[in-house]
Design a protein around this ligand. Structure first.
Ligand code: ZN
Ligand code: FE
Length: 259
């Protein structure tokens, strides 16, 4: 029986841990710090077998070297990027990775945009997508173009609807505040916001999210459905029907949005 946990880390990061009590093995995704992982492993009597990294930002890799020291047999999987200075197996689009314990297979998806080497891991009904797709939002484009980011989101959105989306941050309510300004009549968005509010009120993560819920509620996955007059166009009065222009306008407005 496998169990999936979101370990809160740093300010609002989640380190995802997939564990299998029978084998005693656990893998983690994006350990921004080591301490929450070590604590969880100790609590449950587990050994770390693999560390999966999505991108080079410190809040996603900061704990990896300490974990690798404590668990020298753990496999480290990372994108091709010299800014991740670890002895890792480098993986790219279409690569398949197999973890023995917990028994799990993942496919690597290239999802550039937040950074130029960002990858995601998809398998076992789970998607570990780092800072590319968030619930009701998406990552900032630090090193990519709107076209690249949109292509990455399209790739993720095409996975099966029952996929559990495991994002790198607890941003759902902040994202909801913006989403409601551009898509105020969307009932799925209101429903998701209510669920997220009640989870947070009980101190629970709002994640994983179901992919089909995101497709219905996340404005960045439905740019064609947002009303023209709700999109904050950079130059007034120039609505565009190109998806990439609509996406770029939404993403830029979100960058400057204050709830
Ligand atoms: Zn990041
Ligand atoms: Fe991050």
């Amino acid at each position: 029986m496998q169990s999936l946990r979101a370990l809160p880390a740093l300010r609002d990061n989640y380190i995802w841990m997939l564990a299998d009590a029978a084998s005693g093995g656990a893998l983690v995704v994006d350990p921004g710090e080591a301490r929450p992982v070590l604590r969880a492993l100790e609590q449950d009597g587990l050994a770390l077998t693999a560390i999966l990294l999505t991108h080079h930002h410190a809040d996603h890799i900061g704990g990896a070297s300490e974990l690798a020291e404590r668990f020298p047999d753990a496999a480290i999987l990372a994108p091709h990027d010299h800014r991740i200075a670890l002895d890792a197996r480098r993986v790219g689009h279409g690569d398949r990775v197999e973890i023995p314990a917990p028994a799990a297979r993942f496919e690597v998806l290239e999802v550039h945009g937040h950074t130029r080497s960002h990858i995601a891991y998809y398998g076992e009904g789970m998607l570990f997508c780092g800072d590319t797709l968030f619930s009701l939002g998406c990552g900032r484009m630090f090193e990519g173009t709107p076209a690249e980011m949109l292509a990455s989101l399209d790739r993720l959105a095409s996975l099966p609807g029952n996929t559990m989306v495991c994002c790198g941050h607890e941003y759902t309510l902040a994202n909801a505040a913006f989403a409601l300004t551009v898509d105020p009549e969307n009932r799925a968005l209101h429903a998701r916001t209510e669920t997220a509010r009640s989870l947070r009120a009980h101190g629970e993560p709002t994640l994983p999210a179901r992919l089909d819920d995101e497709r219905a509620a996340n404005p960045f996955l439905r740019v064609e459905a947002i009303a023209d007059n709700r999109i904050p166009w950079p130059q007034a009065g120039t609505p565009s029907h190109r998806r990439v222009d609509r996406f770029a306008a939404l993403r830029q407005a979100k960058d400057h949005f204050q709830a």
